[in-house]
Design a protein around this ligand. Structure first.
Ligand code: ISC
Ligand code: MG
Length: 464
């Protein structure tokens, strides 16, 4: 019996993909009743620990949770990492049997993961499990879009399709029976260290000097690191649950590995592609919030009229426009930014939208846009050299593109800021700031201090 789907491609026995030779991807999607996404996240614990992911977008309310690894895609080094991931993904899809009558973006076979910030930076051991690209094709996946819930099961099978189909149906039944939410306890923070602050302030001052004297370099984003130590290994699920509750206007993301998880709550979309509609956002330029509404509005107005921040922002808008122009028609870029407010910070925000030209993939757009000057600088190559030289750390996946692409080519990637690496009893948080010629090192220290807060709050470290 063939799986009855209008979207079957072809069935072949000759797929040559990593250990799965002679296996073909079979994917089955079913609409289901409401399930708590965190219950689903835990469903196969501890078997699937280290092999899960979580995604939630604030605007269209899409949640995607993956558990169990059917296959991972990784690579290191070179600038072609975006196209290599895409080529491997397309190879799998070319022989896939896909039963997904809904064809809703984010359902069916989907790749979730991300890239490192800079394949040429110095490498730290703690980021080693992530490499320069790491993507997961999950075994089990829950997609929630508004009030609609979809389960997808993916398998590699060389068996007869009839027996595969039975196996998939059994899996759905098991998953649905086991979906009960459980409690995870709060971690106890023992130590909090902001690393190398005096050295960082010196680096900022040196970069500002360079920006003042240079005819070519206009902006460089420098970041710094905070190390947290807990009394017991920190649960990625706890952190994501807290971020989910506390950062409603941000993208919540988590990528687990058996040796560390990367999580965060980023307000910054890199690119979203739904059919041929492309949406990107420039987010750069920052000011704090106030509990007093009038004062908060004054702060926002100050930001909207501040020359240093407007310049910091405008460099990002120009670069994104330039990166998308060759691949999009009808590009729309508003003339002035508006404010985007999250609980601790407000930013200048400019949405950029367009219609993609035929044959343009989201992974290609990601490769063209990363790193925007909200994370790297202007011009990109010179800024990246300065970052390598002055930061003297491995950003790993911080400030890098993280997101998903589905079998239909839809997807969304954000830049992974307001984030941290969770590793056993330790967590490493990251925060950066855009430096221009008139930046002040102490102001930037304060700004990066605010940018640590979402992760700190989620981990119980924000009392002081
Ligand atoms: C690099 C970060 O923020 C970027 C995004 C928004 C505003 C920024 C700024 O005003 O400096 C940064 O460019 C970070 O949060 O680590
Ligand atoms: Mg700034």
């Amino acid at each position: 019996m063939l799986i009855n789907s209008p979207f079957q491609t072809k069935y072949t026995n000759t797929l040559k993909h990593n250990a799965q030779s002679n296996h073909v991807l079979v994917s089955y999607t079913k609409k289901v009743n409401k399930i708590d996404p965190f219950a689903f996240y835990q469903i196969n614990s501890p078997v699937c620990e280290g092999e899960r992911f979580f995604w939630k977008s604030p605007d269209d309310d899409t949640t995607i949770v993956g558990s169990g690894l059917l296959c991972s895609f990784s690579n290191s080094g070179a600038d072609d990492r975006f196209s290599r991931i895409e080529a491997e993904w397309n190879e799998i899809l070319s022989s896939a049997v896909i039963d997904n009558p809904f064809r809703v973006p984010g359902t069916g076979p989907l790749l979730f993961g991300g890239f490192s910030f800079d394949p040429y930076s110095l490498k730290e051991e703690k980021w080693q499990p992530f490499g320069d690209a790491l993507f997961y094709l999950p075994e089990y996946m829950l997609t929630i879009i508004g009030e609609d819930y979809y389960l997808t099961v993916n398998l590699f099978e060389s068996e007869e399709l009839a027996s595969q189909s039975n196996k998939v149906k059994k899996t759905f039944d098991i998953l649905l029976k086991g979906a009960e939410s459980s409690q995870v306890s709060a971690p106890k923070l023992e130590r909090k260290e902001e690393l190398s602050v005096p050295e960082w302030l010196t680096s900022v001052a040196e970069v500002v000097d360079e920006l003042q004297s240079s005819d070519t370099v206009n902006k460089v984003v420098l970041s710094r690191e905070m190390k947290l130590t807990f009394s017991k290994p920190i649960s990625s699920e706890y952190v994501v649950k807290q971020l989910h509750l506390q950062q409603k206007d941000s993208f919540i993301f988590l990528l687990e590995t058996p040796d560390g998880s990367f999580a965060g709550a980023s307000p910054e979309r890199l690119v979203k592609k739904m059919n041929d509609q492309v949406l990107s956002t420039s987010l750069a330029g920052s000011i704090g919030r106030s509990e007093d509404p009038a004062e908060d509005t004054d702060l926002g107005n100050m930001l909207l009229n501040d020359e240093k921040n407007l310049y910091e922002h405008d460099l990002v808008v120009k670069m994104i426009k330039g990166a998308l122009e060759p691949y999009c028609n009808e590009l729309q870029v508003p003339e002035n930014p508006v404010l985007l407010k999250t609980p601790y910070i407000q930013h200048l925000y400019t949405p950029v939208s367009g219609i993609s030209k035929p044959g343009t993939s989201i992974l290609h757009l990601v490769g063209q846009m990363h790193p925007t000057p909200a994370l790297g600088g202007v011009p990109t190559d010179q800024a990246m050299k300065i970052i390598r030289d002055k930061e003297k750390m491995d950003r790993g996946f911080y400030a890098s593109p993280i997101g998903w692409t589905d079998f239909d080519g839809n997807g969304e990637f954000i830049v992974a800021i307001r984030s941290g690496l969770l590793k056993g009893k330790q967590a490493f948080l990251y925060a950066g700031c855009g430096l221009v010629a008139d930046s002040d090192p102490n102001d930037e220290l304060k700004e990066t201090g605010i940018k640590f807060l979402p992760m700190l709050q989620a981990m119980g470290g924000k009392s002081e």
